[in-house]
Design a protein around this ligand. Structure first.
Ligand code: C2E
Ligand code: MG
Ligand code: MG
Length: 637
């Protein structure tokens, strides 16, 4: 726009200067021609041998006079040469000589006027010629005076002045061509520089403005801008009735980052941001809240819109992503909330966040809408987390020990240590509730370490042939030094590795095989036995059993729960797993033995150990000791 204005202004200025110069040159040319014509007329008069009187009064010319006139005409390059008397009547023309009966010719008004006013009248006429140039003629009426000063008549000349006009025209052309350059140097260039500088400053400002709004890595709106923009939509509910919110998170992003490096992780986040922008509508807001978390706000979206957009995003995120030769297949989880007229910004974002949490707890790679109970669940989760922090800082937890008995002798061979945490009202929080919370809150390492120490201290009270089983969750292997921690504990408490058994689940092996495998090998090398817990509920992969050289297989109690009502079928499954364990050289423990009937049925199979309420519930450390003492007393009796 400013450049267009500048070009227009320059054009107008140049045109103005051209007009001015043309006018000035025209005037100079006219002056020049007038002076020339006057000088010529005066010279002509003076050069006539006798007075010009005779010529102006209609007398015949002498031969000498005619000669002078002809010479003067050719010298002046005159096309016409006429002489008028003081009344403006023609007396003489170059072509016809002295005219007789001149009173028959009409009065030439111009000539009469010039004679009366005693001042010359000169008109400059320009005509384009065939050569593409311009011819300049001068039509001049000049008073002719008697030696006494009296005006006798008027001499009319029509002169060709193209020769004197040429330098003026050249000057005009030269000025015309040089002027734009001068103009450019003096005015246009500085102006252009100014305009350019201004544009540059403007674009820099624009760039800064955008940068301050955008997330530098992904180009999505940054957290601050997103919050402000969402708030603006929420403040204008006349225009935006319903606003859809997605809270979105890349599944296992940390794992992607750790495995493929931060550069890969960054590229993947940018890829996800582009996917979100491409799958949303114009007017929707896509922002990055930080880390691998994105938020999308969709003004005036319906439930159907959310379903469509959300499913497209899920499908897009599942597509293989390749960066520098490495390809991964990832996924995202989406929490969804459709804010009605009564909802405010914070509450809506919070609701979508809760829904996201729910989507993740349901196994990720899915989209979940918000529902009211999620608020209660979240409050509970916060409360549990707060309690675990408290428990860890004060080492305020208990451990209960549940006996493992040998199949045939029913003798206690060991105890499984099970964590017990109560809430502030003294009510038990189930491990299946607090363990995942401790894992997510990053508290499981500390909790696990303290638990280990306490359990070993308790086990040291038991006879030396009684083993101790401790559960380990996948998160405890993340730091990569589980083997060192366990070795340190054993040394510190002087507890033999052969009495320790660690129970892990299949999910550990699925999470990150290589890192876990190294730690498991190191643990086994210490002489510790490893048990596969809850077998039959997950993938039940024979590959894992074989690969990691497990010592024991614990069949999950769900199979015994079915034992009561679908005897034959469950029996076959348990029998198959028991046979499998035996073939692989593993000890087999059956969990959840709750009744005499369970025990009798299982006695027909070649198991090794039982665990369940029928043989003993989890009890505090002194209860476990009591159990052992009683058993030994019974044996002696
Ligand atoms: P798990 O390792 O399979 O532990 C056995 C669970 O089954 C225990 O539940 C135990 O109380 C229960 N149980 C034992 N016998 C019977 C029975 O006959 N009938 C029924 N219905 N249940 C029986 P608990 O103590 O609630 O523990 C649940 C899970 O929490 C454990 O399953 C284990 O995976 C985890 N867990 C417990 N303590 C710890 C711990 O210190 N660290 C880790 N990482 N996980 C733990
Ligand atoms: Mg266990
Ligand atoms: Mg178990």
């Amino acid at each position: 726009m400013p450049v267009f204005f500048l070009v227009a202004l320059t054009g107008a200025l140049l045109y103005g200067v051209h007009l001015f110069l043309n006018d000035a040159i025209g005037k100079a040319l006219e002056n020049h021609a007038r002076m020339d014509a006057m000088a010529w007329a005066e010279g002509f008069q003076a050069s006539l041998p006798a007075n010009a009187d005779s010529l102006l009064t209609g007398n015949a010319l002498s031969a000498q006079q005619s000669e002078v006139i002809n010479a003067a005409i050719s010298f002046a390059n005159a096309y016409a040469f006429n002489v008028y008397d003081a009344e403006g009547r023609i007396q003489y023309t170059a072509d016809d000589g002295v005219l007789e009966n001149s009173e028959n010719y009409p009065v030439n008004e111009t000539a009469a006027q010039v004679a009366a006013s005693d001042s010359p009248q000169v008109v400059v006429i320009e005509r384009s010629n065939r050569r593409g140039g311009v011819d300049v003629f001068v039509d001049a009426y000049v008073p002719a005076k008697h030696a006494s000063g009296e005006t006798l008549g008027v001499i009319h000349l029509y002169l060709d002045k193209s020769d004197i006009a040429a330098p003026y025209k050249e000057l005009l052309e030269w000025v015309g061509s040089i002027l734009p350059i001068v103009f450019a140097l003096v005015y246009a260039l500085p102006t252009l520089a100014y305009v350019w500088k201004r544009e540059e400053t403007f674009s820099q400002k624009e760039h800064l403005r955008k940068a301050s709004r955008q997330d530098a890595l992904t180009g999505a709106l940054n957290r601050q801008t997103l919050n402000a923009e969402i708030h603006a939509r929420f403040s204008d509910r006349t225009q935006y009735n319903e606003i859809g919110i997605f809270f979105l998170d890349v599944d296992k992003f940390k794992y992607i980052n750790d495995l493929h490096g931060h550069e890969f992780g960054d590229a993947f986040l940018s890829h996800i941001a582009s996917l979100l922008v491409s799958q949303t509508r114009s007017g929707d807001l896509v922002g990055r809240m930080g880390g691998d978390e994105f938020v999308i706000a969709m003004p005036n979206a319906s439930e159907a819109d959310l379903a469509q957009i959300g499913d497209r995003i899920l499908a897009g995120a599942r597509q293989p992503f390749t960066y520098r030769g490495t390809t991964i297949q990832a996924s995202v989880s989406i929490g969804q909330y459709l804010a009605g007229a009564q909802s405010d910004t914070q509450q809506s974002l919070h609701a979508a966040d809760l829904a996201l949490y729910h989507a993740k707890s349901l196994g990720r790679n899915n989209r979940q809408p918000y529902f009211r109970e999620l608020d209660v669940a979240m409050l509970r989760r916060r409360e549990v987390e707060r309690r675990i922090r408290e428990v860890v800082s004060k080492s305020e937890f208990d451990i209960h020990y549940q006996p493992l008995v040998a199949q045939h002798s029913r003798a206690i061979v060991g105890f499984e240590a099970l964590l017990r945490i109560n809430d502030n009202c003294g009510k038990r929080i189930s491990p299946s509730e607090f363990i995942p919370v401790a894992e997510e809150a990053g508290l499981i390492q500390d909790l696990g370490r303290q638990m280990f120490s306490k359990a070993i201290t308790a086990a040291k009270q038991w006879p030396e042939d009684i083993g101790l089983s401790i559960n380990l969750s996948p998160a405890q292997f993340k730091s990569g030094d589980m083997d060192e921690m366990v070795e340190h504990m054993l040394t510190e408490h002087d507890f033999p590795a052969s009495r320790l058994e660690l129970e892990i689940t299949e999910s550990l092996l699925i999470s990150d095989e290589e890192c876990v495998s190294n730690q498991l090998v190191a643990l086994k090398r210490l002489g510790i036995s490893i048990a596969m817990d809850d077998f039959g509920t997950g993938y039940s992969s024979l590959g894992y059993l074989w690969k990691y050289d497990f010592d024991k297989l614990k069949i999950d109690r769900v199979f015994l729960e079915g034992f009561d009502f679908d005897n034959a079928r469950y029996r076959e499954i348990i029998e198959t797993i028991v046979t499998l364990g035996g073939k692989l050289g593993l000890k087999v423990t059956v969990e959840g033995v709750e009744s005499q009937r369970h025990a009798e049925l299982l006695d027909q199979l070649a198991c090794d150990q039982y665990q369940g309420y029928f043989f003993g519930r989890p009890v505090p450390a002194d209860g476990a000791l009591q159990m052992l003492l009683q058993e030994r007393k019974g044996q002696r009796a």
